[in-house]
Design a protein. Structure first.
Length: 163
């Protein structure tokens, strides 16, 4: 179970560089990494471009969540090293120990949620590849990828502006 989740997460993180590779490579990686066969069906330059754009957009979101999971773990576990002296206004304050405990617990709880989301995006990547390149009739994969890529872009902009 955990191995399948980890492989799906790795596939999601590979989706961004795979978006720039040949179609044969995009079809071979799911078979080797996930033991899932994806056959080519009615390939065209348009289908390849659509798969590249959608897969790349969702892949960027996966990398952003991976970065956030590392950030939340580092900031939570190493809280005294990455923050100033103002513990009175931080979560868990007014003492350093209270603030450290709260941030560490939040980091340890949030990071696995982000990793599970990355694994779910990996399963979406597989479905997207099967739909666009393999001729599968999953109508929801393309709109889901569009919504996730757009929401990820908005989330990234909002995150950058709050820094």
């Amino acid at each position: 179970m955990i191995g399948a989740v980890a492989r799906s997460a790795v596939y999601e993180l590979l989706a961004l560089p795979l978006a720039f590779t040949r179609v044969r490579t995009r079809l071979r990686v799911p078979r080797r990494l996930l033991s899932e066969h994806v056959g080519a069906h009615k390939l065209s330059p348009t289908r390849c471009l659509v798969q590249s754009v959608l897969s790349g957009g969702v892949g960027l979101l996966g990398w952003f969540l991976a970065m956030l999971s590392v950030l939340v773990l580092v900031r939570g576990l190493a809280y005294p090293l990455v923050t100033g002296d103002d513990y009175e206004n931080s979560w868990g304050g007014p003492t350093l120990v209270g603030a450290w405990v709260v941030h560490a617990v939040l980091g340890v709880l949030i990071a696995p949620v982000f990793l599970a989301m990355i694994a779910m995006f990996g399963r979406l990547q597989l479905r997207l590849t099967r739909t666009v390149l393999g001729g599968d009739r999953s109508w929801w994969a393309i709109p889901a990828a569009l919504v996730l890529a757009a929401a990820g872009g908005l989330f990234f902009v909002a995150w950058v502006q709050q820094i």
